[in-house]
Design a protein around this ligand. Sequence first.
Ligand SMILES: Cc1cc2nc3c(=O)[nH]c(=O)nc-3n(C[C@H](O)[C@H](O)[C@H](O)COP(=O)(O)O)c2cc1C
Length: 190
Amino acid sequence: MTKEIWKPGNMIYPVPAVLVSMKGPDGRDNIVTVAWTGTICTNPAMAYISLRPSRFSYALIRESGEFAINLTTESLAFATDYCGVKSGRDVDKFKKMKLTREKASQIGAPLIGESPVNIECKVREIHPYGSHHMFVADVLAVQADKAYLDAAGKFDLGKAGVIAYSHGEYYCLGKKLGKFGWSVKKGKGK
Ligand SMILES: Cc1cc2nc3c(=O)[nH]c(=O)nc-3n(C[C@H](O)[C@H](O)[C@H](O)COP(=O)(O)O)c2cc1C
C-alpha cells in the first residue's frame, strides 16, 4: 500500500447517524441528526453526543440536561437527512417528517416512535473541546421494539434495517461476516 499523509481530520467511518430528540424547559421539542455519537462505558451505561453550540438543539439539551438517541433505519433515512439539514428554529421536524412523539420512561424528552431503539440519556458533563461540545450522559433506559426480538429475547438489529453513515453517505448494513468470538471458535483460529 502507498499512502498519503493528510492534515489532522476525522476519518473514523462508518458511524451511526442517529436522531437525537429533546425538549427544552419551555416545552419546545426538536430532533437533530448526529453522527458524532457513541458508547463510553458498559457499566454504568454511558453514551455521548457531540454538538456544535450553534445548533438549536444545543441549548435545548444544555438547559434540559436530557436527550434521547433514536437509532435510524432504512425507512428513517430520509428523515435522518432532513433532520440534519433543517433547523428546529424554522420547522417542526416531528410534524414535517410525520414522526410520532412517544413518551419516555425516565426523561421528559420525547422518543421517536418509528425508531426501533430509543436510548434515554441524562447529561452528566459537557466538555467544550472546540468546534463541538461533547455531552457525556448516563443511559437511564433503553426501549427496543418487540417486533425485532427473537425467541431468546435477543434483539435482531439486522432485521430492524439500521443504517450507517460513511463520509457523507448513508448505507444499509451488508451481509453478516461472523459473530462475536467466531475467530477463535474451533477450526477458525488458534
Ligand atoms: C448525517 C449527519 C450527521 C450530522 N452529525 C452532526 C453531529 O454529530 N454534530 C452536530 O453538531 N451536527 C451534526 N449534523 C448537523 C446537524 O444535524 C444540522 O446542523 C441540523 O440542521 C441542526 O438542527 P437544529 O438547529 O434543529 O439543532 C449532522 C448532519 C447530518 C446530515
